[in-house]
Design a protein around this ligand. Structure first.
Ligand code: SF4
Length: 332
């Protein structure tokens, strides 16, 4: 349903452009859940604001395309789509769930008014009683009693607010829901409930999800595929089990070992040494080389390209360890 090709987003600064996303490419199937993981500053949030065209200057999409194939409609490139057509697609086809429900919901409007706003905007002429029915159905879908529709956001618990935000994103039956760390503001018990709810709703309604988080173990529970981002690039992509049991990129391995698994005994945790690079002045060659335990001389100068691993159709990795010419050096 979505083909992202060579997407590049830059922040225009006094000292020149800073690339927060560089040549990002992936395809998303209808009804698929794609997880995007990486540390802070890896470019994941920039990626999703670019996907939904919500970025504001100084962030600019300076290259690439985001081709959306609506069901039964004509294909559009979201990067160049005019504002009027983009507005029609938003919410009815492409929706977003933001990180902080308290910041995303309007604090001085009752929930039902916020839902009604969206429903009227995208369904002109809809009857009032149909709107009320839809609000009740949406709230029930996320386990909130319809009577709470008359509440203001501050009258709800943190978990309820986050679930209300998910219901709000689903108000117009979108094809794609982009979720930016939607469970970071809630405790782990609520996190589990919200994840289970997202999975159930996704199965029932069939929308696709791009789910961004820094927590790789969380994506193991949820995603059909996971993309790992580092310094604005996708460095590995593949099915969760393969990524977890056999990470091909040293950064993926570091991320995996930095989080306790949700369903396995707690083993030794280890962090990734160093910090993410300053994107104003990224290291030459592989941007991960200053932190990589498997660095080779070639890594200081050569840029690894994301490419398929021959034995695994769904796996792609950007690491010079997997270039046939470097395998011998890597083995030494
Ligand atoms: Fe490490 Fe080199 Fe692979 Fe980069 S390309 S992750 S530095 S081995």
């Amino acid at each position: 349903m979505l083909e992202v090709s060579d997407l590049t987003v830059e922040y225009v600064t006094d000292k020149g452009p800073v690339a927060a996303c560089t040549e990002v490419s992936f395809a998303l199937r209808r009804g698929e859940i794609l997880g995007v993981a990486g540390e802070s500053g890896s470019g994941k949030s920039t990626l999703i604001t670019a996907l939904t065209r919500l970025q504001r200057p100084p962030a600019l999409t300076t290259g690439g395309s985001i081709v959306y194939h609506p069901p039964g409609g004509s294909t559009v490139d979201l990067v160049s789509l005019d504002e009027r057509r983009l507005r029609r697609l938003r919410w009815s086809e492409l929706a977003i769930v933001l990180q902080s429900a308290m910041a995303a919901l309007n604090p001085v409007m009752r929930l039902d008014a916020q839902f009604a706003d969206v429903i009227y905007e995208h369904n002109p002429g809809i009857r009032r009683d149909a709107v009320a029915d839809r609000i009740a159905r949406l709230l029930r879908m996320v386990g909130i009693a319809p009577e709470r529709a008359r509440s203001y956001p501050h009258e709800l618990s943190g978990g309820m607010r986050q679930r209300a935000l998910i219901a709000l994103a689903l108000a117009c039956d979108p094809e794609l829901v982009v979720m930016d760390e939607p469970t970071t503001a809630v405790d782990v018990v609520m996190q589990r409930q919200i994840l289970a709810q997202i999975l159930r709703l996704q199965k029932e309604l069939g929308f696709a999800v791009v789910f961004v988080t820094h927590d790789l173990s969380l994506l193991m529970e949820l995603a059909d595929r996971i993309a790992i981002m580092y310094a604005g690039r996708i460095v590995e992509i593949g099915p969760p089990q393969q990524l977890y049991s056999d990470p091909k990129h040293p950064y993926t391995q570091g991320l995996r070992d930095a989080f306790p698994p949700l369903h396995a005994p707690l083993s030794q945790l280890s962090g990734i040494p160093g910090s993410p690079p300053d994107l104003r002045n990224p290291p030459p060659g592989c941007a991960f080389h200053p932190r990589c335990a498997r660095r080779m001389d070639v890594c200081d100068t050569a840029l690894p390209v994301l490419q398929q691993i021959s034995s695994q159709a769904e796996r792609q990795v950007a690491c010079l360890l997997h270039e046939p010419t470097n395998r011998q050096e890597a083995a030494q």
